[in-house]
Design a protein around this ligand. Structure first.
Ligand code: ADP
Length: 326
């Protein structure tokens, strides 16, 4: 087992609020344990191009509350090639880096696994994505903040929707996973959600809407996951325009505001705990694991399992939504 002396941290793929809190936690835990810590700017692209600099404690001062990522993030096609990965490895070797901490989503974890399967380096993942679609952790870093952003928007849209008796289709992020739509649907009092995991039962949906119409419901809010699987808001409105003709339908696409903003208290707390656990896991000789959060406890999950297993939507959530819509 290699003794860990030098470690590096990067953020990769889609950004999420709380990534800075995770960087801070990795850097400070490394320093606390007597390690030299390096920051890699621009994700795997930065590994290939040696955007690697040493980080001291003061480099992560005053960032816990900041959205985005001070290390920047990127997507790198080159890292998927043999030559790209070799170049990344040569830079890691040059700085004598023994462990790499990857804050990102499942794509970034695949990259970490590919690297550590080929070269002698420990790779530890921290789940950073607003989509919450990583198996092995109840929450990902950024999900809570994104939910708060969506709820804030839903509340505001509800005010105008009920003033005009309108129906709003609010499109939220989550191309392959409907966790944002579902949780915010419940928390925002939405009439329905359209998500990729559940084959949307449009007949029931239109029946619910008609009942609401009969009771002179003043507004209808439907949260729709982006992308082709759930259909997206514009496509849904177009496809069902006949069924929706009794309603004054408006569409609101929330877009990238969901990725931004100061991280919530929970995301800072989560990122801090996972950062400490990740570095301690590497010191303990672990590799190819993700630091996750299950039942309020930090857990270590094999990266392979985190990447290959699809996180299931809890069917009880749909029940909650239905019950509260009566
Ligand atoms: P996310 O981490 O948000 O899911 P991506 O899917 O875009 O984001 O992945 C981020 C980066 O991880 C990619 O741009 C690529 O550099 C790297 N990556 C993804 N899959 C692989 C793979 N199979 N092999 C090597 N690198 C990969």
């Amino acid at each position: 087992m290699t003794t860990i002396k030098n470690i590096a941290v990067l953020t990769s793929g889609g950004d999420s609020p709380g990534m800075n809190a995770a960087i801070r936690a990795v850097v400070r835990t490394g320093i606390f344990n007597g390690l030299n810590v390096y920051g890699v700017r621009h994700g795997y692209h930065g590994l290939i191009n040696d955007h690697i600099t040493e980080m001291k404690s003061h480099h992560v001062s005053n960032i816990i509350q900041r959205g985005g990522t001070i290390l920047k993030t990127a997507r790198s096609m080159e890292f998927k090639t043999e030559a790209g990965m070799e170049a990344a490895w040569q830079n890691l070797k040059k700085h004598d880096i023994n462990a790499l901490f990857v804050i990102g989503g499942d794509g970034s974890f695949r990259g970490a696994m590919a690297l550590s399967s080929k070269y002698p380096i420990s790779c530890i993942g921290l789940p950073g994505t607003i989509d919450n679609d990583i198996w092995g952790t109840d929450e990902t870093i950024g999900f809570d903040t994104a939910m708060n952003t969506v709820i804030d928007a839903v509340d505001k849209i509800r005010d105008t929707a009920s003033s005009h008796n309108r129906m709003f289709l609010i499109e939220v992020m989550g191309r392959d996973a409907g966790f944002i739509a579902m949780n915010c649907g419940i928390a925002g009092g939405a009439e329905a959600v359209l998500i990729p995991e559940i084959k949307n039962d449009h007949l029931t949906l239109f029946k619910t809407l008609e009942e609401g119409h009969a009771h002179k419901k003043s507004s209808n809010i439907i949260l729709v996951s982006e992308g082709d699987q759930a259909g997206g808001a514009f496509k849904f409105a177009e496809k069902y325009k006949d069924k929706l003709k009794n309603y004054d339908v408006r569409i609101s696409i929330l877009g990238h505001i969901q990725r931004g903003g100061s991280p919530s208290a929970f995301d800072r707390f989560l990122a801090s705990r996972l950062g400490v656990a990740a570095v301690e896991a590497a010191l303990d000789g672990q590799t190819n694991v993700m630091a996750g959060y299950k039942n309020s406890k930090v857990v270590l999950v094999p990266l392979e399992k985190a990447v290959k297993t699809r996180k299931k939507m809890d069917k009880e959530l749909l029940h909650v939504l239905d019950v509260l819509n009566t």
